[in-house]
Write a protein that binds this ligand. Structure first.
Ligand SMILES: [Zn+2]
Length: 280
């Protein structure tokens, strides 16, 4: 279904893309992975073979950039579609093949880690709720990744839902405290933060303020959004990647249906292409 939609919309997308590139207004996208492994025990696991195909497709079709470069393009303009790769949580399996692949190809990556799961070697609550116990990374793995050029980012101490926390000190403990624990492992500074769960309901203005006060260069959400030049570079909107190459192509080709989530694209006032109605 999605493959047919992707193909049918290609001409429309390409005309959008050419226009954006001409104007320096091409999208800056941030992907969110969790776990790359060959047992697909959770919906947030991508197989090693799919991951390799996804990375090869990205290398051929977009600029693969760091979060710092993504922010620079959002501030200054962007002439070619760009994608930054991020991972959330900190799964040991990622060190088998996925992260070594990125390191080998010198592809920038920010790896957001929940510090207490690493330090206490405790499986993640969202896995335990499904009856699986995937091992978290060890502190030694996190240190080695940082030394190999992977950017280690903060993802709270306890994977708390920050949308439910109204107390500034408790937020500081999760955001700044988690970053400090990671810094003590890697001896490098943590500059980026990703909200656990990452939906609108899991974010708050207060948490944004606390992250800014803690010295973060940007925070990442995960409800499925694009960034364009002129947007707020402090809030990087991400989309989740699953075990499907076509879905990644559909995101990176900028599915016009998804653009309606972006405040700059109010499609309600204009007539949509006929394919849009058919694809719903
Ligand atoms: Zn998470």
């Amino acid at each position: 279904m999605l493959g047919g939609y992707y193909a049918a919309m290609a001409p429309y997308r390409w005309s959008n893309r050419r226009r954006w590139q001409r104007c320096g207004d091409a999208p800056v996208m941030v992907t969110m992975y969790h776990r790359v492994a060959d047992d697909l025990a959770t919906p947030w696991t991508v197989s090693n073979a799919t991951f390799e195909r996804q990375i090869a497709w990205l290398q051929a079709n977009v600029d693969l950039v760091s979060l710092a470069e993504a922010q620079r393009r959002i501030r200054q303009g962007n002439r070619r579609a760009a994608v930054a790769i991020t991972f959330d949580d900190g799964y040991a399996d990622n060190c088998d093949s996925a992260l070594p692949l990125l390191i080998r190809h010198r592809i920038p990556c920010t790896y957001f880690v929940t510090s207490r799961n690493i330090l206490d070697q405790r499986p993640f609550e969202h896995d335990l709720a499904r009856g699986v116990r995937h091992a978290p990374n060890t502190p030694e793995q996190i240190r080695a990744l940082a030394e190999s050029g992977i950017d280690i980012g903060g993802h709270t101490r306890t994977h708390a839902d920050l949308g439910k926390i109204a107390d500034r000190e408790a937020l500081r403990e999760e955001i700044a405290g988690g970053a400090a624990e990671l810094e003590s492992i890697t001896s490098q500074s943590v500059r980026y933060f990703a909200f656990p769960f990452g939906q609108q309901v899991n974010l708050s203005q207060l948490a944004f303020d606390v992250a800014r006060d803690a010295g973060m260069a940007a925070v990442c959400s995960a409800y499925g959004g694009f960034n364009f030049p002129g947007d707020d570079p402090f809030h990087l909107q991400r989309f989740a990647v699953d075990n499907d190459l076509v879905r990644l192509k559909n995101w990176c080709g900028v599915d016009p249906r998804k653009l309606r989530l972006h405040p700059r694209f109010d499609f309600s006032a204009t007539e949509q292409p006929r394919e849009l109605a058919l694809a719903k």
